[in-house]
Design a protein around this ligand. Structure first.
Ligand SMILES: Cc1cc2nc3c(=O)[nH]c(=O)nc-3n(C[C@H](O)[C@H](O)[C@H](O)COP(=O)(O)O)c2cc1C
Length: 169
């Protein structure tokens, strides 16, 4: 039986980077890291660290299905999202995803940070800028997009390692 298992879903690579940092932050016990697939087991470790990218304000459906399978485990969450620097937003995502975890597991906490979005998203906001009614909102979204460009960064990786050391003592 593994002591720790990291299972993650990553669409464009941000969450994969975070998962790697978290793996490095874990104590040197029996540990494993795996990108979520249909073959991923949910019964071979004591503690699961489940990573997700944010899709429509939640974790993607395959992560939801995986979390539903975990029973009698210690479970921590981590993830990346396009909107950043807002603790209240992070908390909303955490609360939504945490609800999926069955109460017979021990919930350890959640680490979230911002992650770069595809350039097509910025292009959409740039089109919105042409519409006077949408201009202010588009400007706000472009500012957020540009802030996200360099995330996750070294500080995010360090914070993720601090988180994992704290919850997996
Ligand atoms: C289809 C799609 C939907 C998204 N929905 C959200 C969302 O609802 N909220 C959010 O904060 N970010 C959203 N994002 C941004 C991603 O969650 C963010 O860029 C994340 O870091 C991607 O992680 P990955 O590189 O591991 O796939 C979305 C991105 C895509 C491509």
């Amino acid at each position: 039986m593994l002591k720790y298992k990291i299972v993650y879903s990553s669409h464009t690579g941000n969450t994969r980077g975070l998962a790697t940092a978290i793996y490095q932050g874990l104590p040197a016990h029996a540990k494993d890291i795996e990108e979520l697939s249909e073959d991923t087991r949910w019964d071979d470790a004591e503690t699961y660290l489940v990573g997700f990218w944010t899709d429509k304000g939640n974790c993607p459906p395959e992560v939801q299905e995986y979390l539903e399978k975990l029973t009698d485990k210690r479970v921590a969450l981590f993830g990346t999202c396009g909107f950043g620097g807002d603790e209240a937003y992070y908390k909303k995502i955490e609360d939504r995803v945490k609800k999926i975890i069955s109460p017979d597991n021990e919930y350890l906490g959640c680490f979230l940070c911002q992650g770069k979005m595809p350039m097509a998203v910025r292009e959409r906001y740039q089109k919105m800028m042409k519409d006077e009614k949408q201009k202010a909102e588009a400007q706000r979204q472009i500012q957020n997009f540009d802030r996200a460009l360099l995330h996750p960064d070294t500080q995010d990786y360090n914070n993720a390692m601090i988180f994992v050391r704290r919850v997996c003592e």
